[in-house]
Design a protein around this ligand. Structure first.
Ligand code: MLT
Length: 214
């Protein structure tokens, strides 16, 4: 565990496994997770990439999260906005500290982590080149849509997700597409849990859409 200057997120960093590899996966865990949860997933999705995996700084009855919520699916917007900027600033300072390319950061988030990644796309799009969002919701609807042209986004969703109704998933995909992003929406016949089918679909997507010379 190491701290970088700026917002002090406990985090894990693993450098790229290959000379010349310039992509970094920003791994964002779900509620009650930590910085170790998605390391194996990140390695599986893009084995040679560097991994940056912070732990959410909010504790909800002892469970780490990336921002506060008022109830299930009801987000504290003031807190969400502030913490989205803190996370974006952390990524920028981590790029300096660990010497990775800040223009080649791909977020990979699950549930609460996917929600703050979606919030980052809306509030600080320059920090992310692309994103893999597993079971995200609409974090908020911006008054003015950001320019997401050139951003590539994969969304993994479950048709029977007990926390994320289908129209939330479709609404988020439409919001991101409306802002210019290229979005691939992948459905599984499952609930909120992360499952192998969507992980493999994301891996295929990342390898076909995220070549290094983009
Ligand atoms: C969760 O339990 O993490 C929620 O479904 C998503 C969130 O609160 O951000």
């Amino acid at each position: 565990m190491k701290q970088v200057p700026g917002p002090g997120f406990i985090h894990q960093f693993e450098k790229a496994g290959q000379e010349g590899e310039n992509r970094t996966l920003l791994l964002l865990h779900g509620t009650d997770g930590n910085e170790k949860d998605l390391l194996a997933l990140g390695r599986h999705l893009l084995p040679e990439a560097a991994l940056l995996s912070p732990r959410g700084q909010v504790l909800e009855r002892g469970m780490p999260r990336f921002f506060r919520r008022l109830a299930e699916g009801v987000f504290d917007q003031e807190d969400l906005h502030r913490r989205t900027h803190e996370l974006a600033d952390f990524v920028i300072s981590a790029a300096e500290n660990y010497n990775f390319d800040p223009g080649q950061v791909i977020a990979v988030g699950y549930s609460n982590g996917a929600n703050i990644a979606a919030s980052m796309l809306l509030l600080r799009p320059s920090v992310l080149k692309a994103a893999v969002l597993f079971h995200p919701m609409i974090p908020f609807v911006p008054e003015t849509a950001p320019d997401l042209s050139g951003k590539r986004i994969f969304i993994g969703a479950g048709r029977y997700d007990e926390l994320v109704p289908q129209d939330q998933t479709e609404g988020l995909a439409n919001l991101l597409r409306g802002a210019g992003a290229e979005v691939q929406l992948h459905w599984e016949e499952t609930g909120h849990e992360l499952n192998r089918g969507e992980v493999e679909a994301a891996r295929t997507w990342i390898h076909s859409r995220m070549s290094q010379d983009d």
